[in-house]
Ligand binder design. Structure first.
Ligand SMILES: *Cc1c(COP(=O)(O)O)cnc(C)c1O
Length: 482
């Protein structure tokens, strides 16, 4: 009896875990109000706010409950004050993101209904929705029927997944690793090296294939390196091309890389985390020619599909390769129905994850509500905005600019009449940031400090690019003492 009483007392103490209709409704209203006041004021906020204080002490937890308004006040004051304003239309740094509102609603709904999307049996409809999203993406990039994929948390994990599938397909065992050769360039994203390390391939030989004058992988140099490595008894197996380098937005010659991969029986993995979304518009598709011939590719909906952070995609042309890399079962799963790859595979058959959020909903809801045409238009607009920026800055005295942009990143710098150019451009970048109207980021390539303008927010339009041009020109003139 004593045990029964104790259990009941504990149930009573745990009662606040239950949210009844009234609590749900007031909580949701408060959250909606918070989001509304954020979204209504965010455009007027600075693009960057430096961090001012250490607030770790107010972020701790108590045994007692707090009110929603207290919790939101902590969020407003201590979490949501400083840092980059990613939602600003004048945010042109790194690779911009979006934060489409319907995606937030998709996340909310996904968590509220909390379907188990790891396996098909508990959520057949959700599994079908996610597979339909992957099929649609495969169609957009030109992958044939039979390709498969996975919705991941981002591009880094998607790169890892593609590399694991490639390793399995080429049967690279531990004893082969030191003979195995991977080909990439100096502009390959660092997540690829990280993924090779995680996949146990850190001791593979890495060849950094030279770049041509437009900063794209040089196919002739790639082929030469592969032949030389074959001749010395090494095992060339993986080519990593990039469709939209982070530094410069350049697209490697994918068609030619695909030819070389076929000829030498290698796996071509294309990191299109940034550039892949441009396959949605005709002009982008032209610039990504050959993407459909890769063995695997990565794209990041939290970049070019303007979703909030937390969305990457890996696609594998021959879906069986992804299945072979990841299919596994435990006996405790015997009630979840046996599945065959052809008939009824589950998300976990193509993923290192088992339990995961219902990621498809944050992608499906915005695409469904908005329709595809506005996405295609926005992406083409970004390509043209980059061309416009390029054409304008080319006419500014003192500025040096590389080849025309492949996508929507433009790299440039100012060449001062006197003094160290790197030092000048470092100060120029600081001056632009302090000016506060726009936010840019920089990179250093072959020792040359370079500014970069990355245009990808869906709400960045012509007037924002004009403000960027004006800011850059004014600050450069001021620093040069003109
Ligand atoms: C952003 C990016 C990545 C990394 O993706 P995350 O989503 O940040 O993990 C990889 N490669 C390229 C080319 C990228 O632009």
């Amino acid at each position: 009896m004593e045990l029964r009483e104790k259990i009941k007392a504990l149930a009573q103490a745990a009662l606040p875990l239950e949210y009844d209709a009234e609590r749900r409704s007031t909580a949701l209203e408060a959250v909606r109000d918070y989001a509304e006041s954020f979204l209504e004021t965010v455009a007027a906020k600075p693009v960057y706010t430096p961090d001012a204080r250490d607030t770790a002490d107010v972020l701790g937890l108590d045994e007692e409950s707090a009110s929603m308004s207290d919790a939101l006040a902590i969020l407003a004051e201590h979490v949501d004050q400083s840092g980059l304003n990613i939602r600003s239309s004048r945010y042109f740094a790194f690779i911009p993101s979006g934060g489409l509102y319907p995606a937030a609603l998709g996340d909310f709904l996904g968590a509220a209904i909390n379907r188990y999307t790891g396996v098909r049996f508990p959520a057949p409809g959700a599994t079908r929705l996610e597979r339909a999203m992957l099929r649609w993406l495969a169609d957009e990039v030109g992958y044939p029927p039979g390709s498969e994929g996975d919705l991941t948390s981002g591009g880094s994990i998607a790169n890892l997944s593609g590399i694991v599938a490639a390793r399995r397909a080429h049967d690279i065992r531990a004893r082969d690793v030191e003979r195995a050769v991977v080909y990439m360039t100096r502009l390959t994203h660092h997540s690829v090296a990280k993924a090779l390390g995680i996949a146990g391939l850190a001791e593979c030989r890495t060849r950094f294939v030279p770049l041509d004058r437009s900063s794209r992988m040089e196919p002739a140099a790639l082929e030469k390196a592969i032949v030389a490595d074959h001749d010395t008894g090494l095992l060339p197996w993986l080519i990593v091309g990039t469709a939209g380098t982070t530094d410069l937005g350049t697209v490697d010659p994918l068609d030619q890389l695909a030819d070389i991969a076929v000829q030498h029986d290698m796996w071509l993995h294309v990191d299109a985390a940034y550039g892949g979304a441009f396959a949605l518009c005709e002009e982008g598709k032209r610039r990504l020619r050959g993407l459909d011939r890769s063995a695997s590719l990565v794209l990041d909906p939290h970049k070019g599909f303007f979703l909030p952070y937390g969305s990457g995609v890996v696609l594998v042309r021959n879906g069986a390769r992804l299945y072979e890399a990841y299919h596994a079962r435990g006996s405790y799963m015997q009630d979840l129905q046996s599945v065959s790859f052809e008939a009824d595979a589950s998300t976990c058959d193509f993923s290192p994850e088992l339990t995961r959020p219902f990621r498809g909903l944050r992608l499906w809801l915005p695409l469904k509500l908005i329709g595809l045409a506005p996405f295609r238009a926005a992406l083409e607009e970004k390509l043209l905005l980059a061309e416009y920026f390029y054409d304008q800055i080319e006419t500014f005295a003192g500025f040096e600019i590389g080849p025309r942009p492949d996508l929507s990143v433009v790299a440039f710098r100012y060449v001062p009449k006197r003094g160290d150019a790197n030092e000048f451009n470092r100060r120029l970048a600081d001056a632009i940031r302090n000016d506060g109207r726009i936010f840019l980021s920089t990179t250093t390539l072959d020792g040359v400090f370079t500014l970069r303008m990355a245009i990808l927010c869906y709400h960045s339009h012509l007037e924002d690019v004009d403000i960027a041009l004006q800011t850059i020109q004014e600050q450069a003139r001021r620093l040069a003492g003109e």
